[in-house]
Design a protein around this ligand. Structure first.
Ligand code: KG4
Ligand code: ZN
Length: 338
């Protein structure tokens, strides 16, 4: 079955086709980052307009490769969570196509897309597993006993990890979205004269809080004006190390609490090299295995939506084509099992 996947929840237009018979993927991704950079963050109205401009041309490119629109068997799109206007663009395209082609359509949870992205690899994680979801909008540890059956073990009480990376990067004068740039600075040195706290690690529990790290960075920046390059690099290093160490500690706890032997890491921050190295080592210490998506499937993309949609569509799930609901907020725990 060839499933079209459409992702438009934020500032990436992702269109992909996933073939469930052989795992083949065709995909196109357009990032709006340049459009939003001068505003220092995503401007929702600009995001919606850009999705309108880019989604159909990207779809046409892919249709050219798969042999036309008649090759599509069903359609999946991101229903939420995300920016309402941006979500509506993908949803309307998906439902319009489903209506015209008389094919099944399904709205997919964006975070389920991220969570299942490591299963696009040859070496798929085995159930049950603990999933660490670290993106620009979410930070959570999830107990996954069966596909579609998600129990949130802990979430961030304030900033998501990606958001904390981006805000701290902005303090250091790096362009939006600064996460990858901050990471590159941090990786360029082996140590730092600064030490940041490991928030919420000195008490039990799997909750996170990252806004204090941004404040710690702000205090150092204020005290050390004008900021020179060596300070900037050392602040980046101390910040990244504190985030990664905090995630390491909480992942260890989640593995112990659940007794699971597999850890799945997904979401944009899952592309972080330091996080990958540290969690690889950490999993070994817990006799567990850690799985990451390919870097191209860490950040938002259409393939993860096509894949999550394919699993549910193959399981017989689909929406009423007249259903017009998209969701800014949507609990992962409310999903039905696959
Ligand atoms: O999953 P994603 O593409 O979008 C959301 O659903 O939010 O995640 C984007 C986030 C951004 O905050 C970005 O700065 C961060 O992931 N990010 C990184 C890295 N690559 C992307 N953060 C740290 N290190 C990276 N290498
Ligand atoms: Zn995302």
């Amino acid at each position: 079955m060839k499933v079209l996947g459409i992702e438009s929840s934020c500032d990436e237009t992702g269109i992909a086709v996933y073939d469930s018979n052989n795992g083949q993927i065709w995909q196109r991704l357009y990032s709006q980052v340049e459009k939003h950079r001068e505003y220092g963050g995503v401007v929702p109205e600009l995001a919606s307009r850009d999705h309108v401009a880019k989604a159909a041309p990207l779809l046409e490119e892919i249709l050219g490769e798969i042999g036309g629109v008649s090759a599509i068997d069903s359609i999946a799109y991101t229903r939420g969570p995300g920016l309402i206007g941006a979500l509506m663009v993908g949803a309307n395209l998906a439902r319009g196509l489903a209506w015209a082609l008389d094919k099944p359509v399904l709205g997919v949870h964006h975070m389920e897309g991220h969570l299942l992205a490591p299963m696009l690899a040859q070496d798929k994680p085995e159930l049950p597993f603990v999933a660490l979801l670290v993106s620009g909008g979410h930070t959570m540890l999830v107990d996954v006993k069966r596909l579609g059956d998600y129990r949130i073990l802990g979430e961030s009480l304030d900033d998501a990890v990606g958001e904390a990376f981006d805000k701290t990067a902005k303090l250091l004068g790096l362009p939006y979205p600064g996460g990858p740039e901050l990471a590159a600075l941090a990786d360029s040195v082996a140590k730092s004269r600064f030490e940041f706290p490991r928030p919420m690690t000195n008490r039990p529990g799997l909750e996170f809080s990252f806004s204090g790290l941004k404040t710690a960075a702000l205090n150092i920046v204020k005290k050390n004006q004008p900021l020179d390059d060596s300070l900037r690099v050392e602040i980046a290093h101390a910040f990244q190390w504190a985030v990664v160490d905090t995630l390491r500690i909480k992942c260890g706890r989640a593995l112990e609490e659940t007794g699971h032997q597999n850890l799945v890491v997904a979401g944009g921050v899952g592309a972080n090299r330091c996080l990958r190295e540290v969690l690889e080592k950490q999993a070994g210490e817990h006799a567990a295995r850690v799985y990451f998506p390919a870097v191209e499937y860490c950040t938002d993309n259409g393939a993860m939506i096509a894949y999550a949609g394919a699993l549910r569509l193959l399981g017989g799930q689909s929406d009423d084509v007249a259903d017009s609901d998209v969701r800014a907020r949507w609990s992962l725990e409310s999903l039905s099992p696959i």
